[in-house]
Design a protein around this ligand. Structure first.
Ligand SMILES: Cc1cc2nc3c(=O)[nH]c(=O)nc-3n(C[C@H](O)[C@H](O)[C@H](O)COP(=O)(O)OP(=O)(O)OC[C@H]3O[C@@H](n4cnc5c(N)ncnc54)[C@H](O)[C@@H]3O)c2cc1C
Length: 416
């Protein structure tokens, strides 16, 4: 067989969008090269569970080669793409180049510290396995250090945990961390006075999860309050030096921990493409998800700036990335067949956010749920999306154990 005649599709990024594009072309006569700088696909919506020592990294990540073992038209290459030549149609990795007929850029997003160097140096983030494990190690170390700290003020600072950003990730992390303290650490550290411990959630705006309907914002506030999270709305962080957070009104919070969840921007590679960028550095694409100037190239997922019917940019969500992955695969199939690509339309499957072990808020089919029912919906939607049978059973077992016994066994401090 002359493989040169078979169109070559190169996909950058094995996240939700990249995987879905590759799957959408599985039974189609194309050659696919899927590139990722990591050898695994990461289920980011559960990353905060790794950070709060609820799950192990291996429970929310799976090697890309395992996922595509049976897909014969796909080759995986681990490597970091450093540039793209759209005119000559090749991508450049460290040490090699790969030519393409069709290119899909699904490189995702990274944390945005808004140029705040001190924050980047001293703050924690939850974006990939490394940063989640770093956060876990730091949190657990704080309890260890506090357990033998004689000075009361220092001990209190070690047990004060500040989370910045009242979006879904900040809310999930705050709720889960508060539960870890009140249900698990109390047992692990019986001699430590954990009434000194507090979780503080700072939000610059007037409400939590502000993209959600009002009743869900209010339910979230109430559920987090019940979990003893100190929620401070309309509160802006001005600085963090590793020892104290300075607020914009000049007051301080003595703490060793700041978890930053208040910003995201498109992946690093996007800045080097030389194409038009919009909000959060995302690439402005045509309604068909193609680059207007280079129609053989698509940008999808978190890296793409696409507006919905109301003129609002689509959020950085796995549901958007998955639907765009499917749409890009379909449009490539159409182009190979000499047909026009079709515009992308997002079908909103509803909104979900967890607020802890048995509490969540959800809006599905226009109906709002909160509390335990929403949590059950959340568990099953997420479980369903986790790749691989083995993972699904293990994660479910862990949750069930955790839920009934308020205990988890992954509180390891490891070397980074
Ligand atoms: C903590 C957290 C919680 C979240 N919770 C939710 C949630 O509850 N619900 C929800 O719907 N969404 C949630 N999201 C958002 C969701 O995870 C993203 O919208 C989704 O992952 C975007 O998919 P993607 O394919 O565009 O990018 P990603 O899934 O980020 O994948 C991008 C891939 O590209 C690779 N890559 C990047 N640059 C290069 C390069 N130069 N060369 C090679 N490979 C590269 C990366 O390694 C990565 O594997 C959450 C995100 C985070 C961080």
């Amino acid at each position: 067989m002359n493989t040169n005649k078979i169109p070559h599709v190169v996909i950058i990024g094995a996240g939700f969008a990249g995987l879905e594009t590759a799957r959408g072309l599985a039974k189609y006569p194309v050659r696919i090269t899927l590139i990722d700088k990591n050898n695994h696909h990461l289920f980011q919506p559960l990353l905060y569970q790794v950070a709060i020592a609820g799950l192990l990294p291996s429970q929310i990540a799976q090697p890309v080669r395992t996922i595509f073992r049976k897909q014969k038209n796909l080759a995986f290459q681990m490597g970091e793409v450093i540039s793209v030549d759209f005119a000559e149609k090749f991508v450049k990795l460290k040490g090699s180049v790969i030519a393409y007929d069709y290119l899909v850029i699904s490189a995702g997003a990274r944390t945005n510290f808004f140029g705040f160097d001190a924050l980047e140096r001293h703050g924690l983030q939850i974006k990939d396995i490394e940063t989640a494990v770093q956060t876990r190690n730091h949190l657990l170390s704080m309890f260890e250090q506090a357990s033998h700290e004689a000075d009361e003020a220092k001990r209190k600072a070690m047990l004060t945990f500040v989370i910045v950003g009242g979006g879904p990730t900040g809310v999930e992390t705050a709720g889960a961390l508060s539960e870890l303290i009140n249900h698990v650490m109390r047992k692990d550290f019986p001699r430590l006075n954990l009434s000194d411990a507090q979780v503080i959630l700072l939000e610059a705006g007037p409400s939590l999860i502000n993209a959600y309907p009002e009743e869900l914002r209010e339910s979230t506030f109430g559920l987090l309050k019940k979990k003893k999270v100190d929620i401070r709305l309309n509160t802006k962080m001005a600085d963090f030096n590793g020892q104290r957070v300075t607020l914009e009104d000049g007051t301080f919070i003595e703490t060793r921990t700041l978890i930053w969840t208040a910003g995201a921007k498109a992946a690093e590679i996007i800045d080097s493409l030389g194409v038009e960028q919009a909000g959060m550095g995302r690439v402005r694409v045509a309604p068909s998800l193609q680059l207007a100037q280079f129609p053989d190239a698509f940008v999808i997922g978190d890296a793409a700036f696409v507006v919905n019917g109301n003129g609002q940019p689509l959020p950085m969500l796995s549901t958007v990335a998955i639907q765009q992955g499917k749409a890009a695969a379909k449009n490539i199939r159409r182009m190979v067949e000499g047909k026009q690509p079709l515009p992308f339309h997002y079908k909103d499957p509803g909104l979900l956010a967890t607020v802890g072990r048995n509490a969540a808020v959800a809006r599905i089919f226009g109906i709002s749920f909160s509390g335990f029912i929403a949590w059950v919906i959340w568990v099953f939607l997420h479980i369903y999306r986790i790749i691989g049978f083995r993972n699904r059973i293990i994660v479910m077992f862990n949750w069930a154990w955790d839920y009934f016994f308020y205990d988890n066994q992954v509180r390891l401090i490891t070397k980074e």
